[in-house]
Structures are given as structure tokens and as C-alpha cells.
Design a protein around this ligand. Structure first.
Ligand SMILES: *Cc1c(COP(=O)(O)O)cnc(C)c1O
Length: 299
């Protein structure tokens, strides 16, 4: 399972009746093709963190995630590949949370799993809790949930190298907002960025993201309307859309992030929210392993 750092990222131009009719140029940057497990934006966020771990003489990465976390899986795989140990602090310790395809994959990749109560998990960013973890795991470099730190944002900047200059609009799914921030701070301000929040009550994120975005970069917006009931929730309509999208474009989407983003973006296109001739690039941030959690398969 090699992490090939010289990967060539594809951009697919999508063609359909709707896009032709609306005169929208839509393409998709395939970060999902980086690696079968360490797919998408997670690799970029981890990369700088792993460099820091090594330069600080640590031989393990300790990080946090829920039971279906793409970030835990990506961390476990990257560490396995790069000869680092990995430790995952997992939210919730009920039986139903300890066995699922994502967690099983983490285990298979050698991650040490530490299940903690939801109450304890809530402390994951508190300084005394982190201090205590550092004491308990002295060889580990701590990475916040979702790779959401300065090094994570730095790593994301590299994605901008793959984005063609002529693009008018970027579409990206939003979890912690790290990817959106890294892109917004790097791309020229004339490119507008839409972030698609995949959970309910996403409004608090607005402030948090604003804090990290450079003041001269104001051309971005969060879309809150496409969460389908909340984080990792789905509906028959969403799953049908993913099947139809695959049939039409031969591109797999995940139901947690990229499916909701593409659904939202297509809806906006249908509703004539973009001027004729707009060139849109959607970022496929990977995460396809998440579909295993609901046994969702493309034909
Ligand atoms: C984690 C994840 C995101 C969210 O990225 P943030 O930087 O946390 O906003 C988006 N898409 C996929 C597939 C992910 O796994």
C-alpha cells in the first residue's frame, strides 16, 4: 500500500444535458485518486503534521475521531506506510461504536484504539487534557480531530497548485473548515469558494473559519442547506443522486461529504444561481471508505 508522493491529479470535465443547457463548465479535481485509503484532503492535512512529528523526534501520531472518521483511517494508513505508530482516541465506548468497517480498517492498519466516553471526548481540545495525554503518550505527536491545525492548513495550500487559473468558482465540502481555509488563503480572491456544511447547526463554524481567513480574502460562503438531517445522515434522495451521478459521470461520491456537496452544487446549477459560462471546479475530497459504513456500493 504505497503512498506515491508523485501522484498525478486528474481533473475530469463533466458533460451532461443540464450543464450544456445551463452553459456551466463543471470539472472535478480527483483527490479521491491519491491513494485507496489515505484519500483526499486528509493526506494534505496529515503531511505537514507528520513532518512535524518526525522533526520533533516522535515516533507516533495520536489523534481523535468519531466511529466513522475518515481522518482516523487516513492517519492509521499513513502511519503504517511511514513507519510511525498511530493512536486513535475514539468518541464513545458503547459496543455499537467499536465495530464497524472504518474502525476495523484502523485496527488492521495497526492503530491503537482508545475508546473514551462522549464526555471525555469533549475535552479533546482542552489544554489540561492534552497535557495529560502528552504525559501518557510521550512518544506521540498530537493532531487535533480532522487534522484541524496550522500544519493542516499549511498542507492544504498544496492543493491550490492543482487548480487551473481560469476557474471562477470552487466547491468544497466542509467538516472542520480546514480545507476551505487553506484554499481561501492561497487561491486568488477572484475565485469564489462555496463550502458545503454537512451537519446541522453549522452556523458556529462561520465565526471559527473567519478567524483563520486572511482579511483580504472575503470571497467565500458556507452553504447550510444540504446536510440531509445532519452529520453522516442520509436519505433515499441523496443515495439515488449518488447512483445517478455515478451512472452519468462514472465518478463515485461518498454520502458524508462529496455526495452532499455535489447534490447542493447541482441544485444551485438547476436553480440558475450561476451566470452563463461560469467555470466551476468541485474538489473531490475522497472519503469513499465511509460508504462501507452503510454498505453503499456502486454497481
Ligand atoms: C474530512 C473530510 C472533509 C472535511 O474537511 P475539513 O477540512 O475538515 O473541512 C471533506 N471531505 C471528506 C471526504 C473528508 O473526509
Amino acid at each position: 500500500m504505497a503512498i506515491d508522493l508523485d501522484f498525478d491529479l486528474q481533473i475530469n470535465n463533466l458533460e451532461s444535458k443540464l450543464l450544456l443547457e445551463k452553459n456551466i463548465h463543471l470539472s472535478i479535481l480527483r483527490l479521491d485518486n491519491i491513494h485507496p485509503v489515505v484519500s483526499g484532503n486528509k493526506w494534505f492535512k496529515l503531511k505537514e503534521n507528520i513532518k512535524l512529528a518526525k522533526s520533533n523526534g516522535k515516533n507516533a501520531i495520536l489523534t481523535f475521531g468519531g466511529a466513522f472518521s475518515n481522518h482516523l483511517v487516513a492517519t492509521a494508513a499513513a502511519c503504517a506506510q511511514l513507519n510511525l505508530k498511530s493512536i486513535g482516541i475514539v468518541r464513545g465506548f458503547h459496543a455499537e461504536n467499536s465495530e464497524n468497517p472504518s474502525l476495523n480498517l484502523c485496527r488492521k492498519l495497526g492503530m491503537q484504539m482508545v475508546f473514551v466516553s462522549r464526555e471525555e471526548y469533549r475535552l479533546k481540545a482542552e489544554s489540561c487534557y492534552l497535557k495529560d495525554l502528552k504525559k501518557r503518550y510521550p512518544d506521540a505527536w498530537l493532531v487535533p480531530e480532522g487534522g484541524n491545525n496550522q500544519a493542516g492548513r499549511e498542507g492544504i495550500k498544496e492543493i491550490a497548485n492543482y487548480i487551473p487559473e481560469h476557474i471562477d468558482i470552487i466547491a468544497v465540502p466542509v467538516g472542520t473548515g480546514t480545507t476551505l481555509v487553506g484554499l481561501r488563503n492561497t487561491l486568488p480572491n477572484q475565485m469564489f469558494i462555496y463550502g458545503y456544511a454537512n451537519f446541522k447547526n453549522g452556523n458556529y463554524l462561520q465565526k471559527e473559519i473567519e478567524n483563520y481567513i486572511h482579511r483580504d480574502k472575503d470571497n467565500w460562503k458556507l452553504e447550510y442547506g444540504f446536510h440531509f438531517g445532519g452529520f453522516a445522515k442520509h436519505s433515499p434522495e441523496l443515495l439515488a443522486f449518488m447512483h445517478q451521478f455515478f451512472q452519468e459521470f462514472k465518478i463515485p461520491l461518498d454520502f458524508i461529504y462529496t455526495g452532499k456537496m455535489m447534490f447542493g452544487l447541482m441544485k444551485q446549477i438547476k436553480n440558475n444561481e450561476f451566470p452563463l459560462g461560469t467555470r466551476i471546479l468541485a474538489i473531490h475530497t475522497g472519503g469513499l471508505q465511509g460508504n462501507e459504513g452503510i454498505s453503499f456500493r456502486f454497481p
